[in-house]
Design a protein around this ligand. Structure first.
Ligand code: FAD
Length: 278
């Protein structure tokens, strides 16, 4: 059976970004993805853009999965969004807590993503396949690694059908998460999130913010390339392709690519893996 592939986009902020994303989604559709997911800015910054992007993906005939976060949002607002997604034909939602931009005080009706999962089930029954997030290297605010696994188990018990991981470059962290989650009774697919390496500075910035570790050997090599973007991309391609090969060999239930709204790096990785994808 073909390995399920999915691609994540963020909502473009400009007309040029929208035009580019249309062409990126066409390029990536050649890989017959299970779905394209679209991120959602907690606190409101990109929410209109998320909805617009989801709508044109659906109109283009693709399965679009909006991310929906509960932090800072009222129950009424979330109900409205869930019902709207149901009405326009969305079949899958990535349900998250989200992170509020700094200085944004309001917490909203729900505290954790598990509350949002329960609320989606309460509002829309089984209308959606619900994805949730999980963290091979532990969420930065978790009390402990075990507490973070427990949080995943609570989300699954609340009605999540599958999980997508934060990105990682150390496959052992993913395998440990899967084992620990299974021991805790989590039997839903845990799909690894894959971040292609496009720019060293961007990757370091993201990783500091989300708690994903760049192993020392990768960090030092990236730093040694300086501004030589061709070498960064070539090295990044090898590292991420090798990681995907290890994951496929271990029998992962799919691969979810953080595309950064670009098709070339992901397309090259998939080409290199193509014999392993069927
Ligand atoms: P939760 O599952 O609620 O967990 C948050 C923290 O609370 C964790 O430390 C957890 O251990 C702890 N916790 C959970 N439940 C309990 C409990 N019952 N008791 C005690 N502690 C608990 N952010 C966005 O803003 N927009 C996006 O579109 C977006 N997409 C993402 C997609 C993926 C695949 C991933 C991995 C992350 C994404 N994020 C996004 C980031 C995410 O919102 C942040 O990592 C956020 O800090 C946590 O979200 P969560 O859904 O994992 O929260």
């Amino acid at each position: 059976m073909k390995l399920p592939i999915s691609f994540e986009f963020f909502p473009p902020k400009t007309p040029e970004g929208e035009t580019k994303l249309r062409s990126v989604s066409q390029d990536l559709s050649a890989w017959h993805p299970a779905f394209f997911s679209v991120t959602f800015g907690a606190g409101g910054s990109t929410q209109e853009g998320s909805l617009r992007t989801v709508e044109w993906l659906l109109q283009s005939g693709f399965d679009a999965a909006p991310h929906l976060s509960c932090v800072g949002a009222s129950e009424d607002r979330l109900r409205e969004q869930i019902r709207h997604y149901q009405a326009i034909g969305v079949k899958r939602i990535v349900a998250l807590r989200g992170d509020l931009p700094s200085g944004y005080g309001q917490m909203g009706s729900f505290r954790y993503a598990s509350d949002l999962v329960s609320f989606i089930r309460q509002t829309a029954g089984d209308a959606f396949h619900i994805e949730v997030a999980c963290y091979p290297e532990t969420h930065p605010q978790a009390k402990s690694p075990q507490a973070d696994i427990d949080a995943l188990a609570i989300k699954v018990k609340a009605g999540a059908n599958s999980a997508i991981t934060q990105y990682f470059y150390n496959s052992d962290a993913y395998f440990r998460l899967v084992d620990d989650a299974y021991a805790k009774g989590v039997e839903v697919p845990i799909v690894p999130g894959i971040m292609p390496i496009l720019s060293a500075t961007q990757l370091m910035r993201f990783s500091d913010a989300c708690g994903a570790e760049i192993p020392r050997w990768i960090r030092l090599r990236l730093q040694s390339f300086g501004d030589d973007t061709a070498s960064i991309k070539a090295f990044g391609h090898d590292v991420v392709t090798d990681l995907c090969e290890q994951l496929i060999t271990a029998g992962v239930p799919g691969l979810h690519f953080y595309t950064m709204n670009q098709s070339q790096a992901v397309g090259n990785i998939l080409k290199a893996l193509s014999a392993r994808l069927t």
